[in-house]
Design a protein around this ligand. Structure first.
Ligand code: PMP
Length: 395
């Protein structure tokens, strides 16, 4: 979709990377580190990451979430959250076992589970209609507790959680997380939680799974600088877990990349220690853009789901474009409207236009839009979509 967007000079609301920089001081530190006398910053760093970054990660988790970690033994810096995920799955998931994951599923999960020789068992989020238990009055997604419990079996070795969730923007509630915790008490199941959007929550609260009673000892928590500080190109992520679990993650990590880029690490440490105000401002900006995009798409006649977190929201094109799949819609959108977006069916294990089920009759008409682009790009995209949908209505 990004290639199509470039070809047609489309406003790219497809791929989720921001087109604005993070905190200036953070960028300056990274640049200074490259020119540091003695050039140590341009060589391999310690296997688990620079101590100052691990200290800053521990301090940040303790301050914001009360999640206490030993920076020496319980934190490892990785090449983005992507490597932390792959290393956790390769290090902790037994060949032939099953890994339960929420669906729609971020595409790195099935790939890593496949590499580990395990099977991904998807649990599809449920569509909650506006008139059911939804105070904000719009359709939303929620954990399907019954389906989740049914997906667990003696073969389950791990659960992959992602909250705030890509691609739906869902933030799992404390009650849902407690439900999951109750399901696995007394088992050996490991939980790998992907929290890369932890700073980007607009409604509700981000609850780290590791902070629930009894869950710390079995949880690997993954986060990243990418979405927190607008540096998706730096690929600085981290895994946090009790020493025994983390040792297994690091054993896999050291043969994937050995270490990540050194000069970015002091810069990210600075941001974790000092960029709180920037983070709050960025979250507020995203919240405004999310609301503007959601309202615009609703005005155009699409059904728009609640998106309490992340960079993304989902709309159903069915009311506007009956009979058209999201794959076809998103394929013609860059050329016909000058805007790019992503069909949600690419995040489903069974993919494709046949992807339907009883809780959401039309997964194949759902489209993911990002709202992390600058105000000008967002305004251009909305204007173009307005003209495009108006023309479609007149036809
Ligand atoms: N997990 C999720 C849910 C994501 O959306 C992304 C980025 N799109 C990642 C992990 C990867 O993060 P990183 O760039 O730090 O590897």
């Amino acid at each position: 979709m990004s290639a199509l967007a470039a070809q047609h000079k489309a406003a790219n609301l497809g791929q989720g990377f921001p087109d604005e920089d993070g905190p200036q001081e953070m960028l300056d530190i990274a640049a200074r580190m490259v020119h540091e006398p003695g050039a140590t910053m341009n060589q391999y760093g310690p296997g688990r990451g620079l101590p100052e970054l691990r200290r800053a990660i521990a301090a940040d988790r303790a301050r914001r979430h009360g999640h206490e970690l030993d920076p020496e033994t319980e934190i490892a810096v990785t090449v983005g959250a992507t490597e932390a995920l792959a290393a956790s799955i390769l290090g902790l998931v037994e060949e032939g076992s099953e890994v339960v994951a929420l669906e729609p599923t971020y595409d790195a999960y099935p790939a890593a589970v496949g590499l580990a020789g395990a099977t991904l068992v998807p649990v599809r989020l449920q569509r909650v209609q506006a008139d059911q238990d939804n105070s904000a009055g719009h359709t939303s997604f929620a954990l399907d507790r019954e389906a989740f419990a049914a997906a667990l079996s003696p073969r389950t070795s791990a659960i992959l959680l992602n909250t705030p969730h890509n691609p739906t923007g869902t933030v799992l509630s404390r009650e849902d997380l407690e439900f999951i915790a109750d399901c696995i008490r007394g088992t050996q199941i490991v939980v790998i939680t992907d929290e890369v959007y932890e700073h980007l929550v607009f409604e509700g609260t981000h609850v780290p799974f590791a902070t629930l009673t009894g869950m710390r000892e079995r949880t690997v928590t993954i986060s990243s600088a990418a979405k927190s500080f607008n540096v998706t190109g730096w690929k600085i992520g981290w895994a946090m877990a009790p020493a025994e679990l983390l040792d297994a993650v690091v054993a896999a990590k050291q043969f994937l990349s050995y270490v990540g880029a050194t000069p970015f690490q002091p810069a990210v440490a600075w941001a974790l220690d000092n960029a709180h105000d920037w983070s709050v401002q960025w979250r507020d900006t995203l919240e405004r853009r999310r609301t503007e995009l959601a309202e615009a798409l609703r005005d155009m006649g699409m059904e728009v789901f609640e998106a309490p977190g992340t960079y993304f929201l989902i709309s159903d094109i069915a009311p506007m474009f009956p009979g058209e799949s999201a794959v076809d819609f998103c394929t013609r959108l860059p050329k016909d409207a000058g805007v790019a977006a992503i069909p949600v069916s690419v995040f489903l294990a069974d993919g494709g236009p046949e992807a339907t089920d009883s809780s959401c009759s039309s997964w194949n008409t759902l489209v993911r839009w990002t709202f992390c682009k600058n105000d000008e790009t967002m305004a251009t995209a909305i204007d173009r979509l307005r003209s495009f949908t108006r023309a479609a209505q007149l036809r």
